[in-house]
Structures are given as structure tokens and as C-alpha cells.
Design a protein around this ligand. Structure first.
Ligand code: GDP
Ligand code: ZN
Length: 446
């Protein structure tokens, strides 16, 4: 893809910083450098320069970096102006680029151009955004794996194997009498099984990655002083917990986020529900219930010396059935019980002390197990719901192919559909609206 539009944006985060970067990409870059810097800097060489306006006044000074296309991030000519990181100075440099014929870049447009110029495939481009958004070390590592193409190359290998099998099937159609024998001899069935096995492995790794990306939504039920805050701190442990406390309006749900083994736990505190159980029509409460509808796990926290209150039981009775429940008896150091795992009415029960740090690992493991996260962290790559969906469909078609083995035309058709589904992941044939949807969620300047 070649475009005649040159785009520009401030690539560094808004606000003040040591360095601020204006990034420009497109065919006008060389001419722009000439006007702005008085020269086109040597390729890939950090070059000190003064950034000037139309009448030669200095707007800022700093480092200019020029990358000649196609050897650049976008595949086009790219200029990076690294100046002082203040909003006004950056805005003026950007303004100058606009005067010289660039237009403001849309969110993710640099990465979109990289994709359209075959510098990245779609899964890699998505990983760029996921790396920027990563909230834990594990999430960042897995996004980087996807960005470096590990996910894509596994998908491509699968596609290659499917293509190979399809060619075999097509060839067998040339021998209508003994076509089945032909496939048998080539062990088509065995090949299909191998592909299915590898797809299952990719699917598993992708699911782990998507848990790292999406996190787990936990509804926390417990009276004041039962130890909710203490438990959150204990759970977070020495994970670099970014504990945020976004208290909304008084009637809004309180959300916090901690990480367990890099998995973000989005916690909704139902304290507000307890107080106002009879006034369910209020907006904030409705919002909390909406959040509960989408949650994965309900964590019931009780003082080991007492049980649940009636009000809490009433809230619990309204929880959706699909919400997995975990019951935690806290403060066992006071009740004299042992740390451990039990079960009541099919609900796992964990005995622990948040304050003494007893039994915390048991809860951590239960929380991760409840969403199917296995945290060896190895070979996990970042994946999105879109990818999981494509994998699921590909697996479905391979399953169909397996059943239709004796009807070779159908067998071939299912293989073709499986290949298409896999190709969606890397964006081999992507609709424009899908691209728009993906790139619009990026930040400006990326
Ligand atoms: P929250 O109101 O539910 O968030 O409860 P906090 O976490 O603020 O804890 C309330 C009080 O209970 C604090 O004084 C904690 O130190 C104490 N606490 C929390 N967990 C334990 C525990 O396991 N054992 C003991 N003895 N005290 C605890
Ligand atoms: Zn608290």
C-alpha cells in the first residue's frame, strides 16, 4: 500500500517529560525535513538539529532521526523529532509539520500502515497495543512474544499443514476410483489428527494469554471489618500491585485491581449493595448488578467466628447461577481453625488468615484454577477474544472434516473453511471494518 498522505502525531504520552517525540510518516517526510531542519538527516543516525518555523525561528532543538522506507516501522519514510517534553513545545513542532503538509494521524495509524505495508501481520499489530496496555510483567512478556511473531508463526505453521493436506485431498479427486485408498496411503487422517493436536496446543496458550489480557472479574461480598482490604493486600503479595481504588459516587460500585501471577483481578466490592438492599432501583446499584452479571467469580468473605449475615445471604441469592463461588473463612488465627481447603454444597471453602498470611496460596490457586489459568508462563502469547473465536471455528471445521472423511468433497471444503478461520488471525483477508475497529483502539502516535 502506498499512500500520498503524510501523517504526524505527538508519539509520547501527554503531559510533561524529559523528552517529547513528534513522529511523521509518509512521502512528504524528506521535503519536510529539508524545511524544518535545513537538511535530510543521514539514515538511522541520531542527528542534532534545530526545528524551525516558516520564518526561520527556532521552535525547539533536539535529535532528529530519519528512516527511509521501506526500512522503517511503517514501511514509509519516517522522521522522528525528539525535542523537549512539554505540551506547548510539542504542539508547536506538530503544528509546523501540519503546515508543511502532514495531517494529524488517527489512533493506531502508524501501526495500521505497518500492517498494510506488510511490516507486521494483524496479530502482531494488535500485540503492539496490548504491549502498551499491559498491566503486569507477565502480560507484557506475552504481548512481546506475540509482537515478535511467535503466535503468528504457530498459526502460519498450522495453515501450511492444512494447505498441504488440502493439496493431497485435491490430488485424490483426480483418482475417483481409488481416492480413499490414496488418502489412506498418505495417512490423511493421521495428518488431520496432528493438526488438531497442534491447534489444541495453540488454543490453550492463546487462552492463557487472553486471561492475562482480560483478567478475572471478582465480586467481593463481605461485611465491614471482615478483612477485605487485608485479603486484597495479602493476595497481591509482592506482585508489583497497582492497587487502584476508584471510588465512584456513593452509590457506585467500588473497583480495585490487583494482580495474581500477572493476572489482573478486577474486584467489585458489593458493600454498597448491603446497605441498600431494598432500594435496588438506584442507578449505582443497577450498575453494580450489571457488573455482577459479567463477573467470573464471587468471593464470599466471612469472619471464621461468624457466618454470613441475612443481608449478605439475600444478595447471594440473587447472583446469577453461572457465577462461580468461593467461600473464605478469614481470621482463623482468632477462631483456632487450621489453614486449609474444604467444600460445602459444591462450593470450595478456604480457611485462612489474611493478617497472618496463612492459607493465602490456597486461595490464589483456587482463583486461578476457577478461570483455567495455569501459570508456568512459558510459551504464553497474548491473544484476544477475536483470536480465540477464530481458533474455535477452525477447530470446529477440522472436527467436521474428521467426520466427513469418507466424503472427500466435504472433507476438502471443511479444510478450506478451517484455513480461512486461521487466516483471519494474521489478517490475511481482513475486512476494512475489522481493521477500523482494531486500530481505532490504539493511542494516537502509535
Ligand atoms: P475490611 O473492612 O473488610 O476491608 O477489613 P480490613 O482489611 O480493613 O480489616 C479489618 C480489621 O481486621 C483490621 O484491624 C485487620 O487488621 C483485621 N484483620 C484482617 N484480617 C485478619 C486476620 O486474618 N486475623 C486477624 N486477627 N485480624 C485480621
Ligand atoms: Zn477495606
Amino acid at each position: 500500500m502506498l499512500t500520498n498522505e503524510t501523517i504526524a502525531a505527538i508519539a509520547t504520552a501527554p503531559g510533561r517529560g524529559g523528552v517529547g517525540i513528534v513522529r511523521v510518516s509518509g512521502p512528504a517526510v524528506q521535503a519536510m525535513a529539508q524545511s524544518l531542519l535545513g537538511c535530510v538527516p543521514p539514515v538511522r543516525l541520531a542527528t542534532f538539529g534545530r526545528f524551525r518555523n516558516a520564518i526561520g525561528e527556532i521552535l525547539d532543538e533536539g535529535i532528529a532521526l530519519y528512516f527511509a522506507g521501506p526500512h522503517s516501522f511503517t514501511g514509509e519514510d519516517v522522521l522522528e523529532l525528539q525535542g523537549h517534553g512539554g505540551p506547548m513545545v510539542l504542539r508547536r513542532v506538530l503544528q509546523r509539520c501540519i503546515e508543511l503538509g502532514a495531517r494529524m494521524a488517527e489512533p493506531g495509524e502508524f501501526t495500521k500502515r505497518a500492517f498494510l505495508n506488510d511490516k507486521l501481520d494483524l496479530a502482531q499489530a494488535e500485540a503492539v497495543a496490548d504491549l502498551i496496555d499491559a498491566s503486569s510483567e507477565e502480560a507484557a512478556k506475552s504481548a512481546l512474544r506475540s509482537l515478535r511473531g511467535e503466535f503468528s508463526s504457530q498459526v502460519r505453521q498450522l495453515v501450511d499443514q492444512v494447505i498441504h493436506l488440502r493439496m493431497l485431498v485435491e490430488a485424490s479427486l483426480d483418482f475417483p476410483e481409488e481416492d480413499i485408498d490414496f488418502l489412506e496411503a498418505a495417512d490423511a487422517k493421521g495428518q488431520l489428527k496432528t493438526i488438531q493436536g497442534q491447534l489444541a496446543a495453540v488454543s490453550k496458550a492463546a487462552k492463557q494469554g487472553s486471561i492475562l489480557r482480560e483478567g478475572v472479574h471478582v465480586v467481593l461480598v463481605g461485611q465491614p471489618n471482615v478483612g477485605k482490604s487485608s485479603l486484597m493486600n495479602a493476595l497481591a503479595g509482592d506482585d508489583v500491585a497497582i492497587v487502584t481504588d476508584i471510588a465512584g459516587t456513593t452509590r457506585d460500585a467500588i473497583r480495585e485491581q490487583i494482580h495474581i501471577e500477572g493476572v489482573p483481578l478486577h474486584i467489585i466490592d458489593t458493600a454498597g449493595l448491603r446497605e441498600t438492599i431494598d432500594q435496588v432501583e438506584q442507578i449505582g446499584i443497577n450498575r453494580t448488578w450489571q457488573a455482577i452479571e459479567k463477573a467470573d467469580i464471587a468471593l464470599l468473605l466471612v469472619d471464621a467466628r461468624h457466618g454470613l449475615t441475612e443481608a449478605e445471604q439475600a444478595i447471594l441469592d440473587r447472583f446469577p447461577d453461572k457465577l462461580r463461588r468461593l467461600k473464605v473463612f478469614n481470621k482463623i488465627d482468632l477462631s483456632g481453625e487450621q489453614a486449609g481447603l474444604g467444600e460445602s454444597n459444591g462450593i470450595p471453602v478456604i480457611y485462612l488468615s489474611a493478617k497472618q498470611g496463612l492459607g493465602i496460596d490456597l486461595l490464589r490457586a483456587q482463583l486461578l484454577a476457577a478461570v483455567g489459568f495455569e501459570s508456568d508462563g512459558q510459551g504464553v502469547f497474548m491473544a484476544r477474544a477475536r483470536h480465540l473465536d477464530a481458533i474455535r471455528r477452525a477447530a470446529g471445521h477440522l472436527g467436521e472434516a474428521d467426520m466427513q472423511y469418507m466424503q472427500i468433497e466435504l472433507f476438502a471444503e471443511e479444510l478450506r473453511l478451517a484455513q480461512n478461520a486461521l487466516n483471519e488471525i494474521t489478517g490475511e483477508f481482513s475486512a476494512d471494518d475489522l481493521l477500523g475497529e482494531i486500530f481505532s483502539r490504539f493511542c494516537i502516535g502509535k
